[in-house]
Design a protein around this ligand. Structure first.
Ligand code: C5P
Length: 303
């Protein structure tokens, strides 16, 4: 039976600069994305009808997942099928490893993986340009999940341009038991920053640190405008960031709109040591180590 598995990565925003809301309600962003080695694997098989099954590892706990109708994978299938004037059919299995509702774009990774996998399964040969446009319709982070690596994101995050990155970056990621609503964090940003600029300023120091491959320079340049609003909504996240830095991380940062906290470390060894030190806390039972940058959504098995 014909089947394809596509692997898609989580992302971290190394820089997230947010401007005043636009007329469409979205916020203009200047962001630097990095794809890191935490992945969801999505497998598609030929079928007469459409189905989506999501497998969640025990460590994610009893999280509520969207129904087939609401799943972003179904939305991706519908948009791609409509573009080609065909009916969406297939049986999809998603094996999740990216923390859900954590600010690491797990849903966007699944959408990107679905586009790549279904394009092959249906043999429709979508152009890169069309795939990126459909991805942008699905969510602000979905084009980056296709592209991967390290990249500059502008617009509402959907306009993606690859950046030079000479480093191997080691991260510790600490997901939270409870998700945080992205729209709620953006709304709180608006309350805290009624005078936000229309165009968020450039991130030149961070872009230079990535090109130089220097973890200390990168640590000094990490920045997230959504960090203060996320910590205001969840003060314990601030304590966790302090703790990771006290345990030897070069810098702690909220990932995207949170609540996952990420810690940049000097080396693989340092990341394992920080992860070990943070592992004894029952309030966050899961501590992950990942490196970046890694590839965007790509085929891993084909049969
Ligand atoms: O584009 P996406 O579906 O990922 O966005 C989810 C929500 O995050 C939006 O409905 C909006 O509330 C907020 N958002 C925003 N500005 C952005 C990206 C997302 O306000 N640039």
């Amino acid at each position: 039976m014909s089947e394809r598995t596509v692997r898609a990565p989580a992302k971290i925003n190394l820089h997230l600069g947010v401007g005043a809301p636009r007329e469409d309600g979205y916020h203009p962003l200047l962001t630097v994305y990095q794809a890191v080695g935490l992945h969801d694997d999505l497998t598609v098989r030929e079928a007469e009808t459409w189905s989506v099954e999501v497998e969640v590892p025990d460590w994610m706990g009893g999280i509520a997942l969207p129904t087939v109708e609401d799943n972003i994978v179904t939305r991706a299938a519908r948009l791609l099928a409509r573009h080609h004037g065909i009916e969406p059919t297939g049986s999809v299995h998603v094996a999740k490893s990216i923390p859900v509702a954590g600010g690491m774009a797990g849903g966007s990774a699944d959408a990107a993986a679905a586009l790549v996998a279904l394009d092959r399964l249906w043999g429709v040969d979508t152009s890169d340009e069309d795939l990126l446009r459909i991805a942008a319709d699905l969510g602000s982070d979905v084009p980056f999940a296709l592209v991967g690596g390290s990249a500059l994101g502008t617009g509402r995050g959907e306009l993606v341009e690859a950046l030079t990155d000479t480093g191997t970056w080691w991260w510790v990621a600490v997901p939270s038991r409870d998700g945080l609503s992205t729209p709620a964090v953006y709304r709180h940003f608006d309350e805290l920053h009624p005078d936000a600029p229309c165009d968020p300023p450039p991130a030149d120091d961070l872009v230079a640190a990535l090109a130089a491959g220097d973890p200390h320079a990168l640590a000094a340049a990490l920045h997230n405008d959504l960090q203060a609003p996320a910590i205001d909504l969840r003060p314990e996240l601030g304590d966790l960031l302090d703790r990771g830095e006290a345990e030897g991380a070069l810098r702690g940062l909220i990932s995207g709109s949170g609540p996952t906290c990420v810690f940049l470390c000097e080396s693989a060894e340092a990341a394992r040591a920080v992860a070990g030190a943070l592992s004894d806390d029952e309030s966050h039972p899961v501590v992950l180590v990942a490196n970046g940058a890694v590839a965007g959504a790509h085929l891993v098995t084909y049969g």
